[in-house]
Design a protein. Structure first.
Length: 152
């Protein structure tokens, strides 16, 4: 800790020994202006909207915050400054890659006439900044139908 009234070491020498620049010792933090305080308030509201709907862009976020008297331009600037973007699929997201295996449709010539004769499922993936998340949804009626099929 730097002591201003040390009898043997000057401020310069103390900062040197601690490995901190003198500018940090003399730095006085400035107060947050009303504009910055308002922007922080808007940012908190933007984050709340994006927590509910991460696929919203700045236009829809601005519509959701219409009660706060903010413009699209303000929302866009604050979102850009905070590094916030909507999560959405990019171009050619569902186009298969070259060399990807193509599987035949196995039910093409089949006639389905009994309950529980054919079952199907689907899986989708969501790209995130940290990687890919695979999503499979199973509703309650699907579980009940599966249990009924097993018991039959």
């Amino acid at each position: 800790m730097v002591e201003p009234g040390h009898p043997k070491l000057s401020i310069r020498r103390q900062c040197e020994l601690l490995g901190i620049p003198r500018a940090k010792y003399y730095y006085e933090p400035k107060e947050i202006s009303k504009k910055e305080d308002r922007e922080l308030f808007i940012l908190i509201k933007i984050l709340a909207v994006l927590r509910e709907r991460p696929f919203y862009g700045y236009r829809k976020v601005a519509q959701a915050l219409s009660g706060l008297n903010v413009t699209m331009k303000q929302v866009r600037r604050i979102m850009r400054k905070a590094g916030l973007r909507a999560i959405y699929p990019g171009r050619n997201f569902s186009r298969p890659r070259r060399g990807a295996a193509k599987y035949p449709y196995l039910l093409k010539d089949k006639t389905i006439w009994l309950p529980n004769q054919v079952w199907a499922s689907d899986i989708t993936y969501i790209r995130l900044s940290s990687g890919t998340v695979y999503l499979v949804t199973i509703a309650e009626f699907c579980i009940a139908a599966l249990e009924e099929a097993i018991l039959c």
